[in-house]
Design a protein around this ligand. Structure first.
Ligand code: ITT
Length: 193
């Protein structure tokens, strides 16, 4: 069985990565399990691919194991793709998901075009230097007010195409049936075959 370290400090992402990768027969251990709970990796790339590689490569080097990272974010058409790679810190460093959501609502106040997409780039880095990239996207619409209590990040504001509930109102299974992260992981699985 392939054992990989999930190069993330985001518990929600860890759960989604684990759920999906374990279904394809991989064992996923957390950074904490690998003795790397608090790592300070600077995500100074300009693209999801660059930041995803930076995180996976750093954790592969520190653990000596195969590492998988996800770099993801929300691209809003009216904002020319913002917040994009800055999604986690849209309202500033160390601000909360709620702060980020409120900033997004303010930027889109009175705006009719609310089209957006979540993007995830999953990167697997092997100790022998091999690197595999997989990208997934999930199109949808930004609501005018949050709905639902589940999920994380921008989930309460995001209505994915094809579902009548936000990502904060659906089950994990429903989210995994359409999400950007699930699509990226599906592609990764194909590339691994
Ligand atoms: P790690 O870098 O430790 O993995 P992070 O949360 O900082 O955790 P990113 O740098 O990739 O991860 O930032 C992604 C941000 O994009 C995340 O904090 C959310 O605000 C948003 N995001 C990504 N995927 C999301 C999802 O499935 N649902 C809601 N928001 C999401």
């Amino acid at each position: 069985m392939l054992t990989v370290v999930a190069a993330t400090q985001n518990e929600h992402k860890l759960r989604e990565l684990r759920d999906i990768l374990e279904k394809s027969g991989m064992k996923v251990i957390s950074q904490k399990d690998a003795g790397l709970e608090k790592t300070d990796v600077e995500e100074n790339g300009e693209t999801f691919e660059q930041n995803s590689f930076i995180k996976a490569d750093a954790i592969m080097r520190l653990s000596g194991m195969i590492a998988v990272a996800d770099d993801s974010g929300l691209e809003v058409d009216f904002l020319n793709g913002a917040p994009g790679v800055y999604s986690a810190r849209y309202a500033g460093e160390h601000k909360s998901d709620l702060d980020n959501n409120n900033k997004l609502l303010k930027e889109l106040s009175g705006v009719e075009n609310r089209r957006a997409r979540f993007v995830s780039v999953v990167t697997m880095v092997y100790p022998d230097g091999r690197v595999i990239y997989a990208r997934g996207e999930c199109p949808g619409t930004i609501l005018e007010a949050p709905r639902g209590k589940g999920g994380f990040g921008y989930d309460p504001l995001f209505l994915p195409d094809g579902l009548d509930k936000t990502f904060a109102e659906v089950t994990q299974e429903e989210k995994n049936s359409v999400s950007h992260r699930a699509k990226a992981l599906e592609k990764l699985e194909e590339l691994l075959k």
